[in-house]
Design a binder for this molecule. Structure first.
Ligand code: TXA
Ligand code: MG
Length: 326
C-alpha cells in the first residue's frame, strides 16, 4: 500500500468512510485513526500497530460547546467531576474514562465496560471530525511499545506502506500523550500523567490520587515508550558504566555537558520551559536513537526533570523508557 501524506481532509474522510486507517495530527501526538463505530476497521489498528488486544483505544470526539451532549454520545454515565473537567479543558490534552454505551464496539474498549473519550484541540483533526458522521478511535500512531510520533514524518518512518493516508498537521504543540482520568471507588483518579498538568486538574477538582502504575490502566505497562537504545533515567553516570564520552547520547533539560560531543546531546529547553521540553522530548529521543544506530553509541543517559507541570509526565515517560537489565 502506498501511503500518501497531505492536508486533504476530504480524502481522509472518504478513506475513513471506506473503513481505511488514517493517521491524524492532534495537539498531543499523532493518532492512528479509524471509524470508532466500525469494529473491523478498529481491528486493523491493532494489526498495524502490533498492539495487544487488551490495550484499549481512545475515542476522539468532534468539538462542541455542549460537552455533556458530546460525552453522552458514547458514555452511559457522566459523573459531575467528568463534566467539570470536560468543560474546563476540552478541546485539549485530557482523556476521560467513563462507563460506555453499547454502540461503542468491544474491540475499542478491549471488552471493558468503560470507554476513553477525548476532544482533541487541533484544527485539522477537528475539521475531519466535523466532516465524518462518526467519532474516531485512535491510539498513538507508533508500533506498540515505541515512542509516540509528533510529526507526519515520524508516522511515515514507522507505519509507511501500512496505512492509506497521513494527514499532516505539522509538529504537535504539546508533544506528550493526553492525561487520562478515570474513576475508582466513586472518585476521580489519574490513570496516566500527560499533556495536561496535574496542577491544572487539581485546581479544578481538588487533590487527586495517581493510580499506581501497572494494572491501573492497560496502557500503563511498566515498560513502554521505549527507544531501541538502552536508556538510563536520572543518571548521567556513564563513566561508572565503563563508557567514554564518545559512546553516549545525553538527554538534558537546560544545558549541555562540556565533556560530551555537542551533537550527541539533546537539550530540551535552554530557557527551562517544561512545555517546550515536552514538545521536544519524543523527537529528541528518536534522534538519539538514530544516532546510536549510525554511530554505535552504547546508551542514552538522561536527567530527571523538575516534578511540576509537564515535568512529571516527562519523567514518567523516561522512567518507562528506561533500561532494565533482564
Ligand atoms: O494524546 C493521546 O492520548 C493520544 C492521541 C492520539 O489522542 N492517544 C494515545 O493513545 O496516546 P494510546 O496509544 O496511549 O492508547 C490509549 C490508552 C491505553 O493504552 C490506555 O492506557 C488508555 O488509553 N485507555 C483507553 N481506554 C481505556 C479504558 N477503558 N480504561 C482505562 N484506560 C483506557
Ligand atoms: Mg501509545
Amino acid at each position: 500500500m502506498h501511503t500518501q501524506v497531505g492536508i486533504d481532509v476530504e480524502q481522509a474522510a472518504r478513506l475513513l468512510e471506506q473503513g481505511e486507517l488514517v493517521a491524524i495530527p492532534t495537539e498531543t501526538v499523532y493518532g492512528l485513526a479509524a471509524n470508532a463505530l466500525n469494529a473491523q476497521a478498529c481491528a486493523r489498528i491493532f494489526e498495524v500497530k502490533n498492539r495487544p488486544s487488551f490495550d484499549p483505544l481512545i475515542v476522539h470526539l468532534a468539538a462542541s460547546s455542549d460537552c455533556e451532549a458530546a460525552l453522552a454520545s458514547c458514555a452511559r454515565v457522566i459523573p459531575d467531576w467528568a463534566l467539570k473537567l470536560a468543560r474546563a479543558f476540552w478541546p485539549g490534552p485530557l482523556t476521560l474514562v467513563l462507563p460506555r454505551k453499547p454502540l461503542v464496539p468491544d474491540i475499542v474498549t478491549s471488552g471493558l465496560d468503560t470507554v476513553a473519550l477525548r476532544m482533541p484541540a487541533h484544527t485539522l483533526a477537528q475539521r475531519l471530525l466535523e466532516r465524518v458522521p462518526f467519532p474516531l478511535a485512535a491510539p498513538s500512531a507508533n508500533p506498540f511499545g515505541f515512542v509516540s510520533p509528533t510529526t507526519a514524518q515520524h508516522v511515515l518512518d514507522q507505519l509507511g506502506g501500512r496505512i492509506a493516508y497521513v494527514l499532516d498537521g505539522g509538529s504537535c504543540r504539546v508533544g506528550l500523550e493526553s492525561t487520562i482520568v478515570g474513576e475508582q471507588g466513586g472518585r476521580p483518579v489519574v490513570l496516566r500523567l500527560g499533556g495536561l498538568g496535574l496542577e491544572e486538574l487539581e485546581n479544578a477538582l481538588g487533590p487527586l490520587t495517581l493510580a499506581t502504575s501497572s494494572g491501573a490502566s492497560p496502557g500503563s505497562l511498566e515498560s513502554h515508550y521505549a527507544p531501541r537504545t538502552p536508556l538510563y533515567f536520572d543518571d548521567l553516570g556513564y563513566r561508572a558504566r565503563g563508557l567514554s564520552p564518545d559512546q553516549v547520547g545525553l538527554l538534558l533539560f537546560r544545558a549541555p555537558l562540556a565533556e560530551v560531543p555537542p551533537d550527541q546531546q539533546e537539550v530540551l529547553s535552554m530557557s527551562g520551559d517544561l512545555n517546550e521540553a515536552a514538545r521536544n522530548l519524543f523527537a529528541a529521543l528518536r534522534r538519539l536513537d538514530a544516532l546510536a544506530a549510525s554511530r554505535g553509541l552504547r546508551a542514552i543517559f538522561t536527567q530527571k526533570f523538575p516534578e511540576r507541570g509537564l515535568g512529571r509526565a516527562i519523567n514518567d515517560r523516561l522512567r518507562r523508557a528506561s533500561f532494565r537489565p533482564a
